[in-house]
Each structure stands twice: as C-alpha cells, then as structure tokens.
Ligand binder design. Sequence first.
Ligand code: GAR
Length: 213
Amino acid sequence: MTFSPNDTLTLISPNDQLPYNSDDMPLKLGVMASGSGSNFEAIAQAIADRQLNAKIHVLIYNNPDAKAATRAARWHIPAVLLNHRDFASREALDEAIVQALHDHDVEWVIMAGWMRIVTDVLIDAFCDRVINIHPSLLPSFKGSHAIQQAFAAGVKITGCTVHLVRLEVDSGTILMQAAVPILPNDTVETLQARIQMQEHRIFPQAIAIAARL
Ligand code: GAR
C-alpha cells in the first residue's frame, strides 16, 4: 500500500459516526493551550460549522505570549492567563486552573497543546472528562518532542492520538487516532504540518466520542 502526502488512516470504532444532535445540551468546554492554539481554533470552527455540539466557555493559557489568546479574542471567548511561573508547585497551578474552569461552568477539559504535566488535582476534579491530543500514535513516542522522536526512530508511519488523561503522562483511554506517513523528503516541520492537519480533523470528533462513552 502506498500513501500520498495527505492520505491518512483514521482508526475509529463502529459507533463513531456521530450525528450532530441539536436536541442535546451543548458540551461545556474549557480549553487549555500553551502555544499557537491551532487546535483551539479547529475546535471553535467545528462548533461554528455545527460539526460539534459544544460551546467553549473559557481558554486557559500559561504563556503570556501564547497566540491562542489572540485566537480566543477573535472568537469572543474569555481567556484566563495562569502563568505557571507564578505558582510554587504544579498542584498550586492546577488548583487555580480548576477554580477558573469551575468559575466558567466548564464540564469538559480539553488540553489542546498544553505543555505542562497535570496533577491529580485537575484529573480528580474532572474525572474522565480531561482530554488531550498528542502528536504520535500512542503508546509510541510519549512525552515532549514526539515528532522529533518519531523522526529520529526512522518509523515510516506516525500520527496523532486523542485520549483521556490519566496521571501517567500520555496514557489513558485512546479515543481516536490518525496515521500520517513519514515521506522521504520530510523535515520535522513538514511532518508536523501534516500531523496538525489530522489533529484538527479528529480532535472535534474525538470530543463528541468522549461525551458518548
Ligand atoms: C499539537 O500538535 C499537539 O499535538 C501538541 O502540541 C501542538 C499544539 O499545537 N501537544 C503535545 O505535544 C502534548 N504533549 P497548537 O497550539 O497549534 O494547537
């Protein structure tokens, strides 16, 4: 089997074709992001396009210059800066995050490029309702620099994974994955761009899947 650059293989279970159901209450999302926020944007767009029945109540970001905050302003979504440098411990940061999420009436926590390890403070406050996206086919290439890890390992196929968050980093029930081939002329940057295209496609679907588990 040969792949062309934008081909993908999405591994889903039979009941994953979820129709948009406007009779359901919209999912109340809080998104956490550290950087560019392209996944935040993809989720906001999927909601606007009525592909995902949800509302983003708040964006939490930890880097003052995160582009995600600019994107939130464009969507008129409240954004709360919680700079990890202002907190004495991971737990203290997570307590502030939980408070902000409760303040905004959030039910589902979406880690969309959140580059901090989270603690049981957050995970226990939103039991089975914290969702993460990771740029590899888990359980391969956990942790930071997953794309570089895949590149260095010489694998021919990598991808992205949306999963429920557990205390152990990048573990937890896998909701959805998309496979992306590594092409002969790829650089980390070109590969990252194709992985992100797939992230933007599967993340909104995976959120809907989580809500039906
Ligand atoms: C995404 O590619 C996501 O998979 C990755 O950060 C990027 C954020 O991009 N997350 C991790 O590596 C988590 N370990 P974005 O800010 O443009 O959505």
